[in-house]
Ligand binder design. Structure first.
Ligand code: ADP
Ligand code: MG
Length: 409
């Protein structure tokens, strides 16, 4: 690569190599990494281990429900205990349990969960097409050809239930009565504390034979978690004083979320590295916070249903057109124009008002009731996120190409 076009690149790589070292091990800073030590989760780890220990004496552990907000260590703790249970079984000369880990945030239909369970014991079923009952029976039959224990982890099970109901949980929590040789224990993990309210009481009582709550981490606990992780992932002198504390303080405000704390540290480290700085400083953490929050908002907006997006764009356009406060009625007028342009049946103003409330709850807009007009309570609406961010999203979505002309007015 001696031609001139490669020179600028060469310079970038050279600069990178010559700059001070910040990140020692990138993988350790990623959210999927499960460390060998999980501070402040001794109680949960012991409780789960005591329940699963039944497996070491040929018993069937009780079903288990783990719940707590995101980033409270549920997935990490479950994986950690299962790994050690497996190791212990092997050490003791026992047949280790089969473990099937399913992330229901991704595998989110009853059919796909059953297909995945089949796959985990070597039975291939087509992606779609078979009746769900049939997929279930194939699983029961194949599993029962040996007398092993299978531990099924249904992580983010609340997503599955919200999308596809709880019928599969009903079947799986009763599967042992269909098995003669094999046995099944279930570990359900939920990020949604209200999850239990969605379940049929019979499913709930069998799934939550044992229940373990994961409370949010305090700022001090997050500090310990980050300090240990920083030792593994970042060079010793590359962190300025106060950096860990700041990451911990921000993440503690964000419901004690260890994932957020680690994200802040990793992104701050990457920013420092890219800048060629000799240390990660508090400024990098502040910039990381802004970047992460923008990413979260972007993902939230991308995931909105079409009608909510239209309402958001209508709010955006209202602001672009008006110099005075934007009211529900203004938004509704532009929303109906957009619907016409896109050949979409508009919803009622009442519904739009509800969607605006939802956007408010998501922190994307601020809506304040200020008068009781002809259409009921009218709200003054402001964007709570940057206009540029919304504009970028709007331009990226091909469905909205047609309405971009509203923006150039
Ligand atoms: P949850 O499943 O509750 O959303 P995770 O188990 O995925 O949370 O944890 C989020 C991130 O924080 C992961 O990278 C995990 O390794 C880390 N983490 C959570 N709790 C601890 C802990 N007690 N010690 C070390 N790391 C932790
Ligand atoms: Mg998790």
């Amino acid at each position: 690569m001696n031609d001139d076009s490669a020179k600028p690149l060469d310079k970038i790589f050279e600069q990178f190599l010559a700059s001070p070292k910040i990140i020692k091990n990138r993988d350790v800073l990623r959210p999927t990494y499960v460390p060998e030590h999980l501070p402040h989760r001794d109680e949960q780890i012991k409780k789960i281990a005591m329940i699963l220990a039944a497996a070491l004496k040929g018993g069937t552990p009780s079903n288990l429900l783990l719940y707590g907000k995101t980033g409270t260590g549920k997935t990490a703790v479950a994986k950690y205990v299962l790994k050690h249970l497996k190791q212990k079984s092997v050490e003791t000369g026992l047949d280790p349990p089969l473990i099937s880990y399913i992330n229901c945030g991704i595998v989110d239909t009853n059919y796909r969960v059953l297909a995945q369970l089949n796959k985990s014991i070597g039975v291939e079923v087509p992606f779609t097409g078979l009746p769900t009952d049939e997929v279930y029976h194939r699983f029961v039959e194949a599993l029962d050809t040996n007398s092993k224990l299978m531990i099924i982890v249904l992580d983010e099970v609340d997503m599955l239930v919200k999308k596809s109901g709880d019928s599969i949980l009903y079947d799986l929590t009763r599967i042992n009565s269909n098995l003669e040789n094999a046995r099944v224990s279930i570990i359900g993990i939920s990020n949604d504390l209200k999850f239990k309210e969605y379940l049929d009481p019979r499913v709930l009582s069998s799934l939550s034979e044992e229940e373990i709550v994961f409370p949010p981490y305090t700022a001090n606990e997050l500090k310990d978690i980050l300090t240990e992780r920083a030792k593994l992932g970042i060079y010793e002198n590359a962190i300025a004083p106060g950096v860990i504390n700041l990451c911990a303080a921000y993440a503690a405000r964000e419901h004690g979320d260890a994932r957020r704390a680690l994200d802040l540290l990793r992104v701050a480290a990457e920013l420092a590295e890219r800048e060629g700085a000799s240390q990660i400083t508090e400024r990098h953490v502040k910039e990381a916070k802004i970047q992460i929050e923008a990413d979260v908002v972007t993902e939230t907006i991308k995931g909105l249903p079409l009608q909510s997006k239209l309402v958001l764009y209508a709010i955006y356009i209202s602001h672009a057109r008006s110099t005075t406060a934007v009211m529900t009625g203004d938004v509704y007028a532009i929303y109906t124009e957009l619907c016409k342009e896109l050949h979409i049946e508009p919803l009622t103003q009442r519904r739009i008002s509800d969607l605006i409330n939802e956007l408010d709850m998501l922190g994307i807009v601020n809506a304040r009731v200020i008068s009781k007009g002809r259409y009921g309570r009218s709200k003054r609406i402001k964007l709570a996120v940057s206009r540029k961010l919304i504009r970028n999203l709007l331009e990226d979505d091909p469905r909205f190409q047609k309405i971009s002309k509203f923006l150039s007015d």
